[in-house]
Design a protein around this ligand. Sequence first.
Ligand SMILES: [Zn+2]
Length: 212
Amino acid sequence: MTLSPTMNTNGQDNTDLLQFGQNKQIPALLENNILKALSFYPELKNATISFIFKTNIKTSVMQAQPVFTTLLSKRKNRRYRINISAHFKLINAQMPIQHIPDDVMIGWIGHELGHILDYEGRSNAGMISFGYRYYFSPTYVKQAEMVADSYAVERGMGNYIIATKRFILNHAELPQAYKDKIARLYLSPDVIVEQVRKLEEKKQEQQQTALR
Ligand SMILES: [Zn+2]
């Protein structure tokens, strides 16, 4: 799927994007895509987030989490980590993560940032109980994943999120277990398309009301 340049409603070039790197630790290899995803979340500008390459993350490609020890400290000291698997695993081969198409990567990061926005609204105690429930309840996981997707869609990342879902679900070489997990726990591309349509309708209505 190719995205038109109008996709990024903010229309920034890379110099403008650099402002979103504040308090962020970003590997050079993914810098542009990460900054682009961050530009959709101005409310995370002051949040401290490290994007970290990992050689092996079990059963997922990326994961967003608070740095646990910072949950024991004052709220303002909270830090987050987004772990990124250095390889995207296929059945017979491994694809270095930077070979994933840009729009797919931006959507993927956008989803993880949706989790962080969700975490931002929780107290330290709330985060610990969240972690506990996420670990033990598949229903809870599904709900948390929906929230992350919805935040990204609300912020204008709908088409990137769809690109990511399609890439995962259509990738014939992906291990079936991973595709099953995605289909079970995450919003399907169709649901996202529907969400994007509704949001656009709402925006149009608001614009029309403003004009009256
Ligand atoms: Zn997620």
